[in-house]
Design a protein. Structure first.
Length: 195
């Protein structure tokens, strides 16, 4: 039995640090595993939809329209920097404010539309690992591969984040953690511009 190389590529692309990994790890640490599950499910669903659209040729449209691709990058950078700022000024642990909460399912789905890492991995998978199916077949194949694998990736990083609460026992430790996560998230925005 052989494993479709698409699955290995998708797993490697989604498991490596990017905006979703950083946000889910931070959310798992700040709010816990169970409260972050709507965020996890929203990421998995949104990534499935985004990658499925590349099977229909939406990715090719982005590549053919540099202005549209640049606009998408600007929106992505703005949103990522806003989330990094919100994480930077947030309070975690015992000092968390009542209004702080993890992403909702819908917010997580919508973020995937401007998440440049997801688009990049989906475009590469669509171009490099096609099975020669109809556009609908390719869309379903990509959507199920991305959504299914990303669900496990998201669960892993959220759980890893929730385990960090055992190490983050002082306000100073929480401040260092949230600052580090915010800087990593902002750095991912810089990578969007450079890509």
């Amino acid at each position: 039995m052989t494993i479709d190389p698409l699955y290995l590529f998708v797993f490697a692309g989604l498991f490596s640090p990017g905006p979703n990994v950083i946000l889910l790890t931070a959310s798992g640490a700040r709010f816990g595993f169970k409260p972050t599950l709507p965020h996890v499910l929203g990421v998995a669903a949104g990534v499935g939809v985004t990658s499925g659209l590349t099977g229909f040729g939406i990715g090719a449209l982005l590549l053919a329209q540099p202005t549209l691709a640049f606009a998408l990058k600007l929106v992505a950078v703005g949103w990522i920097l806003w989330m990094a700022y919100k994480l930077f000024i947030s309070r975690s642990g015992p000092q968390a404010q009542a209004k702080d909460r993890p992403f909702t399912f819908v917010e997580a789905v919508l973020f995937q539309w401007v998440n440049p890492k997801v688009w990049a991995v989906a475009l590469a998978a669509s171009a490099g690992y096609s099975a020669g199916l109809s556009p609908t077949g390719e869309a379903i194949r990509l959507a199920t591969a991305f959504s299914g694998l990303n669900l496990f990736v998201c669960l892993f990083w959220t759980y890893a984040g929730s385990l960090l609460t055992y190490l983050l026992t002082t306000p100073q430790a929480w401040r260092i953690f949230t600052t580090t996560m915010a800087i990593a998230l902002a750095a991912s925005a810089v990578m969007v511009i450079l890509s």
